[in-house]
Design a protein around this ligand. Structure first.
Ligand code: FE2
Length: 153
């Protein structure tokens, strides 16, 4: 079996199952995107499709985290949301350049996604996770059910 571009590790866990599950799915999606890079041609349709899927899932996942932060009046909300927004803006710009044939560096784009996700999870999401775990200890998190935090609901 081919080696995976990204692999989930226990140290990525922020302690909140819903967020961890979504991070695991995000890693899977980035792996698919990496696989889609390995085609020939200038603008690869497979890569573009996988890239759109990635952007959609990133939006969904950020939506979940932001909803959680609002529910618990998280003090780091503005900073965290800003990081999400800056990232989405950069990815959309790179996607646009790629689709408009201004840039042909799918590998660089996928590496950028991976590196950003890993450092964001390790720093910013982990901080949110420890805040939520502290709330859990005091019982304050019980009012925020996992289902109600999912951005689909
Ligand atoms: Fe986040």
């Amino acid at each position: 079996m081919a080696e995976k571009f990204m692999e989930w590790e226990d140290r990525f866990s922020v302690g909140i199952p819903l967020i961890d599950k979504q991070h695991q799915r995000l890693i899977e999606i980035i792996n698919n995107l990496y696989d889609a890079c390995r085609q020939n041609g200038a603008v690869y349709t497979g890569f573009v499709t996988a890239l759109h899927e990635t952007v959609d899932y990133v939006g969904y996942h950020f939506g979940t985290e932001e909803k959680i932060m609002r529910r618990v009046n998280y003090p780091g909300y503005a900073f965290h949301k800003k990081e999400h927004e800056t990232f989405v803006k950069e990815v959309l710009k790179q996607m646009h350049d790629y689709e408009n044939e201004k840039a042909y560096a799918p590998h660089a784009l996928v590496r950028y996604l991976r590196d950003w996700v890993l450092s964001h999870v390790a720093l910013t999401d982990l901080k949110l996770g420890s805040y939520l775990l502290d709330m859990k200890k005091t019982g304050a998190l019980e009012q925020v059910s996992e289902k109600s935090m999912d951005s689909k609901s």
